[in-house]
Design a protein around this ligand. Structure first.
Ligand SMILES: *[C@@H]1O[C@H](CO)[C@@H](O)[C@H](O)[C@H]1NC(C)=O
Length: 419
């Protein structure tokens, strides 16, 4: 009997290690922790697939609920202080800006006579997941509000599957215009010269797109003074940049998942995934994709040798026909800010861009930094050689990473000096 129990235990342990183990680059510190995060994420996605097959619910909606649920369960389980206890002085209210739900964080100091800074934040999650209320985002907003004496407005833009592009962008732009109106800034005692727009991942995409929109809107008397983009998504035409190729299997955002998020966002059929991974959608035969547009995301000229590392561009002669016509979002700078022309970029505010080596989106961020600089914008490009996608969301025990804490510190320090 004892022997049987031992055998079963050993086999079970082996099966679990096999499931959890993912080969990771040597530069990743705390690899087992990242493998565990990844295994948890994969389990959710697998369960979602199962549920989807049974046709019980739309899988994204279900996944979103379980993600939010598990975050609050984790918080309860590990007995971390309730959110209100993290930063006691910050006042939190859930209101609507131009009909869009937002969560406003007001710092303890200020009001009465002296003005505070302002920051509008768009959370990440592939335009399909996440919420301003989720543990990591809520904690970050409270911290920034308190430490930087800033009124933080975290936007609950609508997500897939309820809506797709351009709706999430329009929600964010409407909330931004409302916040930047002189009456609203006055109501919250925010200095109109010190308002930032920021976001991570898909939220970084929305922040970059909204910054372009506001910068070029002549009717806006107050504009954002800085934009801070954390591993932003910036283009959907080349899924074979050196970072997409190098990190195609990297947790927590492998290339197929990012491609799926894009297809969902643009309202396209997710069965097109293989075509996009092959760059068939941006084949040379598409006349709408002019040489000028191509040059705006040509990594062979926009990246330095250090990041090209001997990779070869994937340019297809003839690929999927009609894709760019049936999915016009592919060529829209509101979905792909990297496609904007130099005249638009020149109007953008001072910029901070955070990139990570182990992230399919590294080169999106590096190319945007280079193009903004070429257009005359002052850009701080903060690159983490040991960072991975999403690391800023992992700064609390037990899922905390040293690189996540360093990256968070770097981002807040930049805001402290530049906002
Ligand atoms: C890319 O397009 C070519 C030409 O239409 C086709 O032969 C090939 O199968 C496509 N690749 C994928 C992965 O769909």
């Amino acid at each position: 009997m004892r022997l049987k129990a031992v055998v079963v235990t050993v086999l079970l342990a082996a099966a679990i290690s096999y499931y959890v183990y993912t080969p990771l680059p040597d530069a990743i510190q705390e690899p087992w922790k990242l493998m565990l995060v990844d295994a948890g994420f994969r389990t959710c996605i697998n369960l979602v697939g199962l549920k989807n097959q049974l046709g019980l619910d739309h899988y994204i909606t279900w996944f979103r609920h379980s993600l939010e649920g598990s975050f609050s369960t984790l918080t309860a389980l590990w007995g971390s202080a309730p959110p209100a206890g993290v930063v006691p002085g910050v006042k939190v209210s859930d209101v609507a800006f131009a009909g869009i739900p937002v969560r406003v964080y007001e710092p303890p100091a200020g009001g009465e006579g002296h003005l505070r800074r302002g920051l509008m934040y768009f959370h990440g999650g592939g335009w399909a997941l996440g919420s301003a209320k989720m543990g990591a985002y809520d904690k970050m907003s409270r911290m920034i509000s308190d430490e930087l004496n800033t009124v933080v407005v975290s936007v609950e833009y609508r997500l897939f599957p309820e809506v797709h592009f351009p709706e999430p962008f329009l929600d964010c732009a409407a909330a931004a215009k409302h916040f930047l109106s002189p009456e609203v800034l006055a109501k919250y005692a925010v200095d109109p010269e010190r308002v930032a727009v920021s976001g991570d991942s898909a939220g970084g995409n929305l922040a970059a797109a909204v910054a372009q929109e506001i910068s070029t809107d002549e009717s806006m008397s107050v504009k954002f003074s800085v934009q801070a983009l954390i591993y932003p998504v910036l283009q959907a035409l080349d899924f074979n940049t050196p970072s997409y190729v190098q990190n195609r299997n990297m947790p927590v955002l492998p290339r197929p998942l990012m491609v799926q998020f894009w297809l969902q966002y643009l309202g396209a059929d997710t069965s097109l995934q293989a075509q996009l991974v092959a760059n068939n959608h941006s084949a040379l035969q598409h006349s709408a994709l002019t040489p000028e547009l191509r040059s705006r995301l040509d990594w062979t000229s926009l990246l330095t040798e250090k990041f090209k590392k001997g990779h070869a561009p994937v340019v297809v002669d003839r690929g999927a026909r009609g894709l760019l016509k049936t999915v016009p979002g592919f060529l829209d700078a509101r979905s792909s800010p990297l496609l904007a022309g130099p005249e638009v970029l020149a109007k953008c505010p001072r910029t901070y861009i955070l990139t990570c080596e182990f992230d399919v989106l590294r080169d999106d961020g590096l190319m945007y930094a280079r193009r903004l600089r070429d257009a005359g914008v002052s850009v701080a490009s903060d690159y983490y050689p040991d960072g991975f996608h999403g690391c800023l969301s992992f700064t609390s025990w037990p899922l905390d990473f040293d690189v996540g804490r360093r990256a968070m510190r770097g981002y807040i320090n930049w805001l402290q000096k530049n906002l």
